[in-house]
Design a protein around this ligand. Structure first.
Ligand code: MN
Length: 478
């Protein structure tokens, strides 16, 4: 990319928020002066980094406080300024956001490991208060990953691993898929360069080979929908390099990856989604088990779309996604899509949506209250919230749980009394041990009895959620 300038940032902000150019300019010169004399490893002036971070956020239509905070994001850590001064010169929110992305000083710790754990905890728990902190942090990481070539080989590997382990999963959690995909590919490039290059080439070849077939399908679907008077737009997407890598790791061959190529059909409104599906299925036969209606049942991060995998021209499998422009924004930006809708008040909506829709939020609060030790906290978050997850169906509806969860977790998730009075479980119609690990899409019913003897300490090792563990401890008073 050409070297980014303040004018590029201002032009980007002007696209959606023309009233706030002055404050953005002020934040830029403020940070530029504070960082003056500091250089990045690339040899460039340090301000280039915050400028790029702010630009990444402006591409998401971030509000003015977020843009200012992005420009100032490294000043507390690397310069003499204080958060009180930033609050005075800007406002409390900007100061709060900058403080949120600032590492806790190493003077507070005796080892590097302790400092890392405390900072990881700080990043994760910041999501409780203001989701913008994590979004700034992700943009910061993205620019650092884009410029990782200037770091030592050890640092490159270490940062890439941390990116995959933490930042990619956080991005996924809040639905910021655009950032997630780029972070994944950049990480793989440094962790396994040979594989990265091999897949990159394969991917180009697939795109080249299927060009004709895809063009034909696009034309056919276009005619079909025009005949039905359904206004629409079509797009083609190829799975990112890391996505293909993961599938290959799991033993898939390239031809077996059913969503290697996706067609996106964007229609004006939700009422056009289902008829569109019907006409596409009329023309191209679907694989039944691959049909998903994420419009009726959206993903916890708000994602909505119809997914179907069809046999396209020449029998090639093509995943097709049908959605509205609004859903498409959410598919790319997740919670951050709210910025596009209400530039200056989005943070409240984002926080509200996050609190009410995502079980992550409550679990995070729970884990935070139960684990005083930073390392134990971080380990539990990885296990319970950022690791693999499963969905199960219970008598009260669909439930998302960490892999390794059991009927005991389900029971305590439904209600404390259901857990305490549990005497058995039925999984997919068969009686099962209450500590049996559940699988994806299991159907679970909890059997309770008022005369049950209640939980005992052995239940603690048969649960995966902190909430269940806490309630068991409370019931048996340890
Ligand atoms: Mn930074």
């Amino acid at each position: 990319m050409e070297k980014l300038t303040l004018n590029d940032l201002l032009a980007k902000v002007a696209e959606y928020n023309i009233e706030n150019l002055e404050i953005v300019k002020k934040a830029y010169y403020y940070a530029e002066e504070l960082h003056r004399g500091q250089k990045r490893q690339s040899g460039e002036d340090y301000i280039v980094h915050p400028l790029n971070v702010a630009y990444i956020l402006a591409e998401m239509y971030a509000d003015k406080d977020t843009i200012c905070a992005a420009l100032l994001h490294d000043t507390l850590e690397d310069t003499e300024i204080t958060k009180e001064q930033i609050a005075k010169d800007f406002n409390e929110t900007v100061s709060y956001l900058v403080d949120g992305v600032t590492k806790i000083s190493r003077m507070n710790f005796s080892t590097k490991e302790e400092q890392n754990m405390a900072n990881t905890r700080k990043i994760i728990t910041s999501m409780r208060n203001d989701i913008r902190i994590i979004i700034i942090k992700l943009a910061d990481r993205l620019h650092n990953m884009r410029t990782l070539q200037y770091k030592s080989e050890d640092k490159q590997k270490e940062n890439s691993q941390e990116t995959l382990l933490l930042y990619v999963r956080l991005a996924d959690r809040i639905g910021l898929h655009v950032l997630k995909r780029e972070l994944e590919d950049l990480s793989l490039q440094y962790i396994n360069n040979d594989e990265y290059n091999r897949i990159k080439e394969m991917r180009l070849k697939v795109a080249e080979d299927s060009k004709e077939c895809i063009q034909e399908m696009l034309g056919t679907i276009n005619d079909l929908l025009n005949n039905q008077n359904i206004p629409h737009e079509e797009m083609v997407r190829i799975k990112n390099i890391y996505g293909i890598y993961k599938k290959i790791q799991r033993g898939y061959r390239l031809t077996e990856i059913h969503d290697l190529l996706s067609l996106k059909v964007i229609v004006d409104n939700i009422n056009d989604c289902y008829p569109t599906l019907r006409w596409i299925h009329w023309k191209y036969k679907p694989i039944n088990r691959k049909f998903k209606d994420y419009i009726s049942v959206c993903k916890p991060n708000g994602y909505q779309s119809l997914h179907t995998t069809i046999f396209g021209e020449d029998g090639r499998l093509v995943q097709t996604q049908i959605r509205t422009p609004q859903m498409n924004q959410v598919a790319s930006y997740g919670l951050a899509a709210n910025w596009g809708d209400y530039p200056e008040n989005a943070n409240l909506v984002m926080q509200q949506e996050w609190k009410t829709n995502d079980p992550f939020y409550d679990s995070l609060v729970e884990i935070d209250s139960q684990y005083a030790n930073d390392k134990e906290f971080v380990d539990q978050v990885y296990r319970e919230l950022l690791g693999d997850r499963i969905s199960v169906y219970t008598q009260t509806g669909k439930l998302e749980l960490p892999k390794g969860a059991t009927p005991i977790d389900v029971a305590y998730n439904i209600h404390t009394e259901v857990g305490n009075n549990m005497v058995g479980a039925i999984i997919n119609g068969k009686e099962a041990e209450i500590g049996k690990q559940l699988k994806q899409n299991d159907n679970v019913r909890i059997i309770t009895d008022d005369t049950s003897i209640g939980p005992n300490a052995s239940w603690l090792t048969q649960t995966a959620t902190t909430k269940a563990k806490r309630k068991i401890k409370e019931a048996i008073r340890i």
